[in-house]
Design a protein around this ligand. Structure first.
Ligand code: UDP
Length: 311
């Protein structure tokens, strides 16, 4: 296949490039480098099956030649990034998705949207299955991301139903691993960075809120299988292992031998920060024969090693 990956210089996009290349496909990576980093794909320079185009996908995408699949991963994805770039976040979810779908329609390519557990908002149903329609505050601080992705899902389904583009929607839950930006503000890089510097870990709120963390290699496997599967409804991809943020802080302090403990920062918790989050992956198990296999401690160990060289 010849595939277009938008957001190719990002955390997930760059791992996807690696995976498709390893499977023998040709990859065109596209990114405007707003929140992505060229360092994430520097190792692909010189690979004859890879090319990079610096382009903002909110503008029309022109690509000559055949394309078999479009994977649309371009978007700011961490809360501090989308708070810093609220309009770009809305534009890439709306205009960027429209343009990426346009490429898929024009080329007769398969299309996969990187959607998110944020479409469920601060969920009132637990765990979250794909049938849950969510609890989102459109005008809250997280609304720019949540609504952009909800619009992107609506647009994707419209192209599927109206233009018969062969689409996929992956609802991605919290994922971590090498190539996250140390300063992207998310809990795993924040905590590991703080722990490696010997600082107390900043627990926002009282730390009783939960998340379920998936290691990047598991996530990429799920995405790859979804693209190849014959299934057009949304599929949750994530690890159901749920824990409180306080438990995560204690674990990272223990694993890094950080004596500084935690500091509780109720002021830093932004409005609408979900109190609970856990994927129901019944559908992924049935449709993709997939479930995560990397344990949290193994994944964190590899992530700590990656960050150790960068702190
Ligand atoms: N969080 C925290 N300390 C930090 C960063 C994040 O306690 O230094 C909390 C945040 O309030 C949220 C959870 O960790 O409840 C996960 O935050 P993240 O930004 O990783 O992603 P989210 O799942 O909220 O999109």
């Amino acid at each position: 296949m010849r595939v277009l990956i938008t957001g190719a210089a990002g955390f997930l996009g760059s791992h996807l490039c690696d995976r498709f290349l390893a499977e023998g496909h040709q990859v065109i990576g596209m990114d405007n480098l707003l929140t992505g980093s060229i360092d994430n794909i520097a190792h692909l320079a010189g690979n004859q099956d890879f090319s990079f185009i610096k382009h903002d996908v909110t503008n029309y995408i022109y690509l000559p030649g055949q394309i078999n699949a479009v994977l649309h991963f371009a978007s700011p994805a961490s809360p501090i990034d989308y708070l810093m770039y609220p309009i770009q976040t809305l534009k890439v979810g709306a205009l960027g998705t429209h343009n990426a779908l346009g490429v898929a329609k024009d080329k007769g390519a398969r299309f996969l949207l990187a959607s998110t557990s944020e479409v469920y908002g601060d969920p009132l149903v637990h765990p979250q299955a794909e049938s849950y329609v969510g609890n989102v505050d459109a005008i809250g601080p997280r609304g720019v991301y949540d609504e952009a992705k909800r619009f992107a899902e609506a647009m994707t389904m419209a192209y599927y139903r109206t233009h018969h583009v062969d689409t996929r929607i992956a609802r991605i839950f919290n994922t971590y691993g090498p190539r996250m930006r140390l300063d992207d503000g998310r809990v795993v890089p924040n905590f590991i960075g703080q722990a490696l510097r010997g600082e107390p870990l900043t627990v926002y709120g009282d730390g009783s809120q939960t998340r379920s963390f998936c290691y990047v290699s598991d996530l990429i496997e799920g995405i790859y299988r979804l693209l190849l599967a014959d299934f057009n409804e949304p599929v949750n991809i994530g690890n159901p292992g749920e824990m409180t943020i306080r438990q995560l802080a204690d674990l990272i302090n223990e694993m890094t031998g950080n004596p500084a403990g935690i500091t509780v920062r109720p002021d830093q918790r932004i409005k609408g920060d979900p109190q609970t989050r856990q994927p129901d992956i019944t559908r992924a198990r049935a449709v993709l024969g997939w479930e995560p296999c990397v344990g949290l401690e193994d994944g964190l160990r590899q992530t700590i090693e990656y960050f150790r060289e960068r702190v």
